[in-house]
Design a protein around this ligand. Structure first.
Ligand SMILES: [Zn+2]
Length: 56
């Protein structure tokens, strides 16, 4: 189970992306930040966010 919380990354936003697959979480979160905040994170960056947090 992986999870990315928008507010952890400096946004005033309560969006949470979570799922069993890291790939899914990356996609959900990436779509959200690009649509809602106009910021497109690279997939590798989001992967690092998750790895740092979960050490998986
Ligand atoms: Zn957000």
């Amino acid at each position: 189970m992986a999870k990315l919380v928008c507010s952890d990354y400096g946004f005033e936003c309560d969006f949470v992306a979570e799922g069993d697959q890291i790939e899914d979480v990356i996609k959900i979160f990436g779509d959200h930040t690009s649509e809602e905040h106009g910021i497109e994170y690279q997939k590798e960056v989001l992967q690092q966010f998750i790895l740092r947090k979960f050490g998986a």
